[in-house]
Design a protein around this ligand. Structure first.
Ligand code: HEC
Ligand code: HEC
Ligand code: HEC
Ligand code: HEC
Length: 447
């Protein structure tokens, strides 16, 4: 009897140990809901990488959300300003971000004032691509709302369904900015819109969230007048997350802008629901880049290249009226300065962009070459190879006349202010003229 068990049982034990056999899956795991929120990506698909370490980016966000999804069902919300300017590159960025939000399964996106710079027609085209709900209920076109004011989504919280109402509104303080680009639009005051919606939405859903594109102060006033929200995500309040604030049953939250942080709010297991915990995760390089997000970003860079945006940068005359000669033209007379320059980081600034696959991206090239924004300046590696990299004339100014007749065309001082067009805090936070100059010091000896 016993022997028989051993004989029959042993292979079984071996199978379990090898991982081939698993008992039939019990009911799906009852996971708690977590609300993931952020405001104002402002066009930062990824950080530029100009200094290290850098924080943020959609590929890291992709990784964080996958990690959270292992133990939670997620409600994913984005509040305002996919991009921050108008122009073809911002359109491409906005389309790319919609693709990324779709890939991550975002439930709702509320619009902000900079989004309206893309124009209402373009926003409609983005709306058609977005698989979640594009909200902004108090912007009116010809008296009727241009976008939905709310959506109701069904999620699971532990072992039961949970209906979430998501309302999206924008502060009326942005009306003028929006009408400048879209004169046909009006903005109804957010509170007035909520007063009208209140009978409909006050008891709708088990959990009620407001995406509000406006300040903390305005969000607080709304929470006082409309106490039926559990969570209000606000915007336009700076770089980093702010401490949460409780107003009645409403928690006011802000996770900062530029895709650097993600906020995560958790709720009580049972109704009546309250938000028990809110955390902000800073997207440091501890989070790997999600491959699907990176693939979408590469698609964006390919479009920037194929549409040749680099060739479309507007050019203005140089202040002196002179044009650029290229660094090599200085070598015969300034051999030592040339040698020092050639060994400096400036002389490989274009190679850096090639390595990063951003060498056709005007937003990067502008600081990594000579004179992109000027007539006679850098156009492309093919047309103007001598103007790639940060060259002598990036600091000394255009010097063709000086090359031809140096003594009758003296160059003025470059000075420390010549560094400041490129070494701005966002790209060179550690810049200090004394220490940086030491690394590229030249020009004491005349040859
Ligand atoms: C406003 C000017 C400016 C813009 C725009 C800019 N850069 Fe830079 N970049 C710099 C400066 C200045 C440095 C050197 C920073 C330092 O060392 O303090 C730098 C350094 C870098 C470095 C680090 C090089 C190294 O080897 O350490 C990378 C990578 C880089 N940039 C990539 C980019 C990319 C990609 C973009 C566009 C998304 C971009 N840059 C846009 C000015 C700029
Ligand atoms: C046209 C834009 C531009 C201007 C002007 C400019 N830089 Fe730079 N600088 C860069 C870029 C881009 C890099 C990064 C190059 C790379 O590594 O690819 C850089 C890198 C450097 C580095 C190397 C940093 C390191 O950690 O090794 C030093 C030093 C530096 N710059 C000093 C200066 C100083 C001093 C000035 C002004 C006198 C100046 N730069 C003006 C764009 C500029
Ligand atoms: C044909 C020789 C020649 C060439 C080419 C040349 N320079 Fe000069 N450069 C001179 C002479 C000569 C002076 C004056 C030196 C003196 O006063 O001791 C000078 C002076 C300068 C000065 C000091 C300011 C001034 O004008 O006195 C700077 C800066 C300078 N050159 C930069 C450049 C740059 C940048 C290039 C390349 C675009 C370049 N030079 C090409 C000969 C040349
Ligand atoms: C990152 C900026 C930068 C780059 C690149 C650069 N220089 Fe300079 N250079 C300066 C600064 C700053 C000075 C200090 C004097 C001044 O402010 O003009 C200087 C000084 C000089 C001087 C002495 C000027 C004088 O008044 O005596 C010469 C000559 C010169 N550079 C030539 C060159 C040449 C040639 C190249 C390229 C091979 C080059 N520089 C690249 C910023 C730069």
């Amino acid at each position: 009897m016993r022997l028989k068990w051993v004989v029959f049982g042993l292979p079984f034990v071996a199978l379990i140990a090898l991982g081939f056999y698993r008992p039939a899956e019990s009911a799906p795991r009852a996971l708690p809901l977590a609300v993931v929120f952020s405001s104002e990506i402002n066009g930062y698909l990824t950080p530029c990488g100009c200094s290290k370490p850098m924080v943020g980016g959609m590929p890291r966000r992709g990784t964080l959300l996958k990690q959270l999804a292992e133990n939670h069902t997620l409600l994913k919300l984005e509040n305002g300003d996919l991009t921050k300017a108008a122009g073809r590159q911002d359109e491409l960025k906005a389309e790319t971000l919609i693709e990324m939000l779709n890939q991550m399964g975002y439930d709702a996106l509320n619009l902000g004032k900079y989004d309206f710079l893309l124009g209402i027609d373009y926003l409609r085209a983005l709306q058609a691509q977005f698989r979640g709900a594009m909200l902004c209920g108090n912007v009116l076109e010809g008296g009727t709302p241009a976008f939905e004011a709310y959506t109701l989504v069904e999620k699971r919280h532990y072992d039961r369904p949970l209906r979430v109402l998501i309302v999206g509104l924008l502060s009326e303080t942005h009306a003028d900015a929006i009408r400048k680009r879209n004169p046909q639009l009006q903005v109804e005051p957010a509170q007035q819109k909520l007063n009208a919606l209140r009978p409909q939405i006050e008891a709708m859903g088990d959990l009620r969230v407001l995406l509000f594109y406006g300040s903390a102060q305005e969000a607080e006033q709304i929470a006082q007048a409309h106490p039926y929200f559990h969570l209000v995500v606000y915007a336009s309040s700076g770089d980093g997350p702010l401490p949460t604030k409780q107003v009645g049953q409403t928690r006011l939250v802000f996770a900062g802008n530029d895709a650097k942080f993600v906020g995560v709010a958790r709720l009580s297991e049972n109704a009546p629901y309250t938000l028990t915990q809110v955390d902000y995760t800073r997207l440091t390089d501890e989070f790997k880049d999600d491959e699907q997000m990176m693939a979408i970003k590469l698609g964006y860079l390919a479009r920037v290249e194929s549409e040749n945006l680099l060739a479309m940068v507007p050019k203005r005359p140089t202040p002196s009226g002179d044009t650029f000669a290229g660094s090599r033209a200085c070598m015969p007379c300034h051999a030592e300065d040339y040698r020092i320059w050639q060994r400096s980081a400036h002389a490989k600034a274009m190679q850096t962009l090639i390595n990063e696959k951003h060498d056709k991206d005007p937003e990067c090239v502008v600081c990594h070459v000579v004179g992109l924004e000027f007539e006679g300046g850098f156009q492309s590696m093919e047309k103007t190879p001598t103007l790639k990299d940060v060259g002598c004339e990036s600091c000394h100014g255009p010097a063709r006349r000086h090359v031809q007749d140096p003594l009758n065309n003296r160059l003025g001082k470059a000075g420390s202010q010549s560094c400041m067009t490129c070494h701005v805090p966002a790209h060179s936070p550690g810049f200090n003229f004394e220490t940086y100059w030491k690394k590229i010091e030249h020009g004491f000896k005349k040859q």
